[in-house]
Design a protein around this ligand. Structure first.
Ligand code: BJ8
Length: 423
């Protein structure tokens, strides 16, 4: 790995503390990923991106900033990337998927807060993630209560903007969201000094759609009887989608798909014949949270779909590209980003249950695991509805709650193996 210490020091990071993360991550990645058999060769690019996760991309972003560019960091898939790219800036997801950052967050937040939120604050305040140092603007949103309050604390230390979200999907809520998109455009124009034009917004819509289309293409392979790529690898790719350069990312995913086309012709599967096909639904699995996929796939079952923000919710829908005026395009963004995202922060959220049932059929799954990040109240509560609906459709379901630690790994393994056995 190249030496990025000087870059990290210049970012004001706590480099010694960060070294601890740098030491454990390659080991974890090796155990979970490189140990897999028969991986597609084109996964090499994604391996490299993870190996240099705090190096290559931050270095590119810093170079961009040196030339006057701005970088915007976001925490939720509701915030439209197109606005940022359309103003000539770069958007990056702020992932917060490691236990490494949780104790730092607990200095500021109640223990009974979900690990994703604690890790976000920990990464910022402990100065141990370059993405959390280099962003010119941090965009929080008003989805769950924990996040809303956490942003107030983070704003004491970081330049923040809050994207306000409605809680329902009535016409007046749709109008509200649309107004928020306009307010966001104003803020990003102010940050970048660039005007968003219908042309630049259209280009950005196509740019991000191309990324989504590449992911749609990849996910199609998971519907096959012989699945030519593991769930773990697909999870990794959806995690990387949040921060990689969108053009390069789409190109690399398409190259991988070309390879998978050949595997499809030859009926290659990475799983043993008859492996149980599972779908995961629930809270996001941010990088490097690979725990569940690892447990499931090391037990011989296959993860073939994720109804999650690190999964189908991120790429299934594209933005309508037919808009000509700014207003039409903002309408289309609103359709995609508000109406099209079925997060448990909405009430009611029946479309999510419809999605889960539809996906279970499309991906021909044998069972569903409803995953809840500990202390996420909204998904936990919605789990009751999700699990009842699945049972009513005769789809076996297992509800689990977990966090970023490995403490429950053995217990989860036992429960998941029993579930697979029972199906
Ligand atoms: S659209 S799922 S990315 S809000 S897990 S922080 S909800 S307490 S992440 Fe999310 Fe946007 Fe919804 Fe998706 Fe709160 Fe729950 Fe934690 Fe969560």
């Amino acid at each position: 790995m190249a030496d990025y210490r000087k870059m990290w020091e210049d970012l004001g990071m706590n480099v010694e503390e960060h070294d601890v993360l740098c030491e454990v991550l390659p080991q974890a990645f090796g155990d979970v990923y490189l140990s897999q058999e028969n991986r597609p060769e084109k996964m090499d690019y994604f391996n490299m991106v993870v190996a240099e996760i705090h190096g290559i991309r931050p270095a590119e972003l810093i170079e961009f900033q040196k030339n006057g560019g701005k970088v915007v960091g976001t925490f939720c898939i509701h915030v439209p990337d197109e606005v940022v790219f359309g103003c000539g800036a770069i958007n990056t997801g702020l992932c917060s998927g490691s236990q490494f950052w949780v104790p730092g967050g607990e200095k500021y937040l109640p223990t009974a807060t979900c690990p994703l939120i604690k890790a976000s604050l920990g990464a910022r305040f402990e100065k141990t993630c370059p993405f959390f140092r280099l962003a010119d603007l941090f965009v929080g949103e008003t989805t769950c209560d924990g996040k809303k309050k956490a942003w107030e604390i983070m704003s004491k230390d970081a330049p923040m903007y809050i994207f306000d979200l409605p809680q329902m999907k009535r016409d007046k809520d749709v109008e509200f969201f649309k107004d928020e998109v306009y307010r966001y455009i104003d803020r990003i124009e102010e940050l970048t000094g660039n005007k968003l034009t219908p042309e630049s917004l259209h280009d950005a819509i196509v740019l991000i759609n191309n990324k989504r289309r590449a992911m749609q293409r990849l996910w199609e392979f998971r519907k096959l009887d012989n699945v030519p790529i593991s769930g773990k690898d697909c999870l990794l790719i959806s995690q990387i989608a949040f921060y990689d350069d969108p053009t390069r990312f789409a190109q690399k995913v398409n190259e991988l798909c070309d390879e998978l086309d050949k595997r499809k012709e030859q009926n290659v599967s990475v799983y043993k014949k008859g492996a149980t096909r599972l779908m995961l639904t629930g809270t996001p699995l941010s990088i490097p949270n690979w725990k569940l996929h690892h447990i499931i796939e090391s037990s011989g079952a296959a993860v073939v779909c994720e109804e999650m923000c690190t999964g189908s919710r991120y790429f299934e829908l594209t933005v309508d590209e037919s808009g000509k005026t700014m207003d039409e395009m903002v309408d289309h963004l609103t359709d995609r980003y508000m109406k099209g995202i079925n997060c448990a922060c909405y009430t009611p959220n029946t479309e999510r249950v419809d999605d889960i049932i539809r996906l279970a059929k499309e991906y021909n799954v044998d069972g569903v695991i409803d995953v809840n990040l500990k202390f996420c109240n909204i998904y936990d509560t919605e789990g009751h509805i999700v699990e009842k609906e699945l049972k009513d459709h005769n789809i076996p379901v297992l509800g689990i709650e977990t966090d970023y630690t490995d403490e429950d790994s053995e217990q989860l393994k036992t429960r998941i193996e029993a579930f697979v056995e029972m199906i």
